[in-house]
Design a protein around this ligand. Structure first.
Ligand code: FE
Length: 336
């Protein structure tokens, strides 16, 4: 009798243990995120609720997180790094912090130009860095391309964010890939000549300057436009999709990679794969009024109301590879 009870208890606990690990209960992964807490926590919570996997995380600026992972070395608790901008993801890979992940799910769900050709990072949400204009002083048919913002007709009418921001370094890095350094230098020189005011510290300030009449056109990430319009739908600015008959709109991503020294590689990959699927894509993108990277996932109606556009499909690794060249070029030209 005693033996039977023991056997029963033993089988029960084996069964429980099996259920426990197959559903992820008891599993834990750690994420270092440069994407802000309020833009990631709901996604983590959703995954934990669904699978039982606990997600611990810290948030900080990308260089701080990379430095920390390097300092922690083999002992790092980090399994996954999330950053904004492909330039930062490229840096993480380039500094040896990320490992390649071969996953059919990720390659099927994420278009190739939005992920590392060596599979060390994957875009998870997409933002367009596009033209914004004053609906009071500019007609959309006067606009055409990023390159055209260097034309004399925009003299003292252009407002830009500082070149210190990675978003502009990536934009110029991608222009270098497309046009070469010499032609890109001419474009950037034209922009600087057309500035209506010294470069601003944020995309929001660029748009506020246009609203205040300080300038007429600018270049911003779509979600910052979304935030302003949400606060006041009557603001006299609109988005324009440039380069539709040439290379397409410059897009960038927020994305992730699995840490080299991760001790929970399988769990980290499973989470990353889930992030590329429909429900997660929708939540991840909607939190910041971005576009899903997975082309099968519908765009949020507010974001969709800004119109459809052709994207530039040059691989985003070029934003990282050309970052140093972009910084030097902008510095030389005097784009502050
Ligand atoms: Fe941003």
């Amino acid at each position: 009798m005693n033996k039977l009870i023991h056997t029963l208890i033993f089988s029960c606990s084996l069964f429980l243990l099996a259920t426990y690990s197959s559903t992820g209960f008891g599993q834990e992964i750690a994420v270092y995120s440069a994407r802000k807490e309020h833009l990631i926590k709901p996604v983590f919570d959703l995954y934990s609720k669904k699978t039982g996997v606990k997600i611990k995380y810290i948030t900080d600026k990308a260089p701080v997180l990379l430095q920390r992972i390097k300092a922690e070395g083999e002992k790092t608790p980090a399994d996954l790094v999330i950053t904004v901008d492909a330039g930062n993801l490229w840096h993480a890979a380039n500094q040896g912090v990320l490992q390649p992940v071969s996953s059919d799910v990720l390659t099927a769900n994420i278009p190739s130009y939005l992920r590392d050709p060596e599979n060390k990072w994957f875009g998870l949400s997409l933002r367009a860095r596009t033209i914004v204009y004053s609906t009071e002083r500019v007609r959309p048919d006067e606009l055409s391309t990023y390159e055209d913002l260097a034309a004399a007709k925009w003299k003292k009418r252009l407002v830009l964010r500082t070149s210190k921001k990675v978003y502009n370094q990536s934009l110029v890095g991608m222009l270098i890939k497309e046009h070469g350094k010499k032609a890109t230098a001419e474009i950037v020189k034209g922009w600087v000549n057309n500035l209506a005011a010294p470069p601003f510290s944020s995309d929001t300030k660029v748009m506020e300057a246009i609203i205040a009449g300080q300038g007429d056109v600018g270049v911003v990430n779509t979600y910052y436009f979304g935030r302003l319009v949400k606060k006041d739908p009557a603001i006299p600015i609109a988005l324009f999709w440039p380069n539709q008959s040439s290379g397409g709109v410059h897009v960038n991503v927020s994305g992730a990679g699995v840490v080299n020294a991760s001790e929970n590689k399988a769990a980290a990959i499973a989470f990353l794969e889930w992030l590329s699927t429909a429900k997660a894509q929708q939540v991840f993108a909607d939190l910041n009024m971005e576009y899903p990277v997975n082309p099968d996932v519908p765009v949020n109606p507010t974001v969709a109301s800004w119109g459809t556009f052709k994207q530039n499909k040059i691989n985003l690794k070029n934003a990282g590879e050309n970052q140093a060249a972009a910084i030097m070029l902008m510095d030389r030209i005097g784009y502050k």
